[in-house]
Design a protein around this ligand. Sequence first.
Ligand code: ADP
Length: 379
Amino acid sequence: MMSETVPINFLLVDDLAENLLALEALLQREGLVCLKARSGEEALELLLIHDVALALLDVQMPGMDGFQLAEFMRGSERARHIPIIFVTAGTTDAQRRFRGYETGAVDFIQKPIEADILRSKANVFFDLHQQHRQILAQRDELAANADALRTVDRNKNEFLAVLGHELRNPVMALGAGLHLLNRHDDPVKALEIRRQMERQVVHLSRIVDDLLDISRIDQGKIELRKERVDLQTVLAFAVEASQPQIEANRHTLTTDILAEQTWLDADPTRVAQVVSNLLNNAAKYTPEGGQIGLVARVADGFAEIEVSDNGIGIPEEMRSKIFDLFAQVKSPVTRAQEGLGIGLALVKQLVELHGGTISLKSSGLNVGSSFQVRLPVVG
Ligand code: ADP
């Protein structure tokens, strides 16, 4: 924890340098930093900058004496809570003692100083200071955790709302389709209705499959059916799966895939799902007639698969979040498009299960985006 590595400061105030050195030698140990002041003024300057666990004040000093210094300290927001040990010469008269207590002094120690007593008194305050720091650090940590939980909870709630909408659309369309089918005898019309219904079923199934995948990954229950597969075949599957989406939007797909046969130890369905998801996104977030690119090469033992488009791009503030679960939900602007914001989160997890990485290589508003997936190759 941070509080264990940050040293603890203590302040010694005495007009005599040799006293300062003697006290320092007596108290110094690892993890402590000794701040020394030859006068009350010097001490106040140090207190402006440093956080101090304990102040040892010589009572008798020319100019501002120890008690006056203590009074100043009590008057300052920063120094008010610093415990003070007054070092008094010989026997102190009761009145002076009293003045000391009034200003909030914590303790007195008399010269000649008994080393063990001073050390154990000082240690009590150092320990207290350390504990106080730990409590503050724990408090901050708890607050940060609570904050993160609140965000997750809010995202999940918003996600449920979006999911409801997403599911309702195809369900309504299917209901309407059934209704129409019941009324139409015309086989041509019926065929068209069935085609539409099929598309809705495909869409529904994709949502449900993604949801199941996400929850399986979350519970560590997903199983990769790994085999030795060649990259070219997997990419061909992915392109085939995304073709309808690309064509529907009249995009042009340009591929540049290395010719040399490249083997992966991977689940071919999942890798194809990853690439196809990126291609679908490229198609979805690019205005009609756009350019989509798929490039694959090998570098440093990894297959590098890049999917790029010249579409709407990803706003700066979204870029760090797009791989988070339910990311898209927060952006009602892009919500005009269908989507639950779980696709990229799923893609990232699938890539990582394969020992790979995914990154957004570049993105510019209305210039397009480019994603890169890296997967280890065999041999
Ligand atoms: P969704 O189901 O909403 O598409 P994803 O997880 O696949 O969810 O993507 C998250 C968000 O990232 C999308 O909603 C979209 O805003 C943005 N995004 C993903 N891919 C692209 C892209 N190629 N171009 C522009 N924005 C994209």
